[in-house]
Design a protein around this ligand. Structure first.
Ligand SMILES: NC(=O)c1ccc[n+]([C@@H]2O[C@H](COP(=O)([O-])OP(=O)(O)OC[C@H]3O[C@@H](n4cnc5c(N)ncnc54)[C@H](O)[C@@H]3O)[C@@H](O)[C@H]2O)c1
Length: 347
């Protein structure tokens, strides 16, 4: 007599790619502190920093462009959510545009395909959380930028960087895989549950960023606390929106947990405050009396910042999934950035 052999249950996990970056660190720390990150499997070219490894289920050192690895993940786990952070950021992408295209676009496509296949095997769509960026915008000149004020999701989508082009196209890919994938087949796919936030420049007190074009704000702060001179690569008047890391993490998780029937869009702006580089320098100087900040704009990098909006309109996120930043500019500097960097560098 033969008994039917039951397939072993696959472990249910959340997959976080690019987890060893700034946002990944913030996210894992937050998950470990609030619920647990025991169901989190991370995938990053650089693995995960030693101090954080115990906080997650498994660390995979690997490349999102490695199809064999993607297949392995497909077979080994039941992936409920993918938080896809792995990317090459704006400045690095400008130096290596074709590599950026492979990582940012082909890498995202690989993960969307993984989500589709997982959805088929588990019978319900996989949540796919994707951080996009204000780099998708491209305002043609300073006058238009001043006039535009807080721009909406669908306005001024003419990016001037490879990174911005990559992010904008991946937003479209996400929408396509959510709604139209295999639309002509007799059995259309159930798609993926694609959810995207467009971040402004992010500032973390805990990590020093590399590779972004909005990095001047955190670089100013980290230089001042160490008593180092900082020459800012944009002018004092340059203005874009910013957000501190705790709010960035809050937005990702709030969107991830939002009931699907509340969501009428795939892509949402999220914002908290907008300051000029000069205003950021003033705030840093007010806290670190000897802060030595000068302005020495690099025309090419400054032009990229100039093409990004002064502010973004996040009304849809507020209305549909209750987005509300915890930190305005005052709170960001007084309660998060200044005390945290002081404590870190005092050690
Ligand atoms: N930091 C910001 O200001 C900002 C603003 C807007 C959007 N974002 C987006 O948020 C996400 C996370 O950003 P971050 O600041 O943490 O970036 P980061 O550069 O700090 O981290 C990116 C991580 O991705 C990994 N990675 C790169 N290529 C990979 C590959 N081929 N395979 C596997 N891993 C790879 C890197 O090793 C790194 O740990 C990115 O998608 C970024 O575009 C960031």
């Amino acid at each position: 007599m033969f008994t039917r052999r039951r397939a072993p249950l696959r472990e249910k996990i959340t997959l976080i790619t690019g987890a060893n970056g700034e946002v990944g660190h913030g996210l894992i720390e937050h998950l470990a502190a609030t619920r647990s990150a025991a169901d989190v499997v991370v995938l990053d070219l650089r693995g995960l920093d030693e101090a954080m490894r115990g906080k997650v289920n498994r660390v995979i050192v690997g490349d999102i462009l490695d199809n064999e690895l993607i297949n392995l993940l497909l077979n080994e786990y039941e992936i409920e959510t993918i938080i896809h952070l792995a990317a090459l950021l704006s400045t690095h992408s400008e130096f290596n545009p074709e590599t950026a295209h492979r990582v940012n676009v082909q890498g995202t496509l690989n993960l969307l395909k993984l989500a589709i296949e997982q959805g088929k095997s588990r019978g319900s769509p996989v949540k796919f959380i994707f951080p996009s960026s204000i780099a998708v915008y491209g305002l043609p000149d300073a006058e238009t930028k001043a006039r535009a004020g807080a721009v909406k999701e669908q306005e001024y989508l003419y990016p001037i960087t490879m990174y911005g082009c990559n992010k904008l196209y991946c937003e479209h890919l996400g929408r396509y895989y959510a709604q139209y994938y295999q639309q002509l087949s007799a059995m259309p796919s159930m798609g993926v549950d694609f959810r995207c936030v467009r971040f402004p420049g992010l500032i973390s007190a805990n990590t020093m960023p590399t590779g972004g074009t909005s990095d001047y704000a955190p670089e100013m702060l980290h230089a001042a606390v160490q008593g180092k001179h900082y020459a800012c690569f944009v002018s004092e008047e340059a203005q874009i929106p910013f957000m501190v890391m705790p709010d960035a993490i809050k937005s990702l998780l709030l969107l991830e947990r939002a009931p699907q029937n509340m969501l009428n869009h795939y892509i949402y702006n999220v914002s908290s405050f907008s300051l000029t580089a000069g205003e950021i320098a003033e705030r840093v100087r007010a806290s670190f009396a000897g802060a030595d900040i000068t302005f020495d704009p690099d025309p090419a990098r400054a032009a990229i910042v100039e093409s990004w909006p002064r502010d973004i309109d996040d009304a849809a996120a507020r209305a549909e999934w209750g987005w509300q930043p915890e930190y305005d500019a005052d709170r960001s500097f007084e309660e998060y950035l200044i005390p945290t960097v002081r404590a870190i560098y005092a050690k």
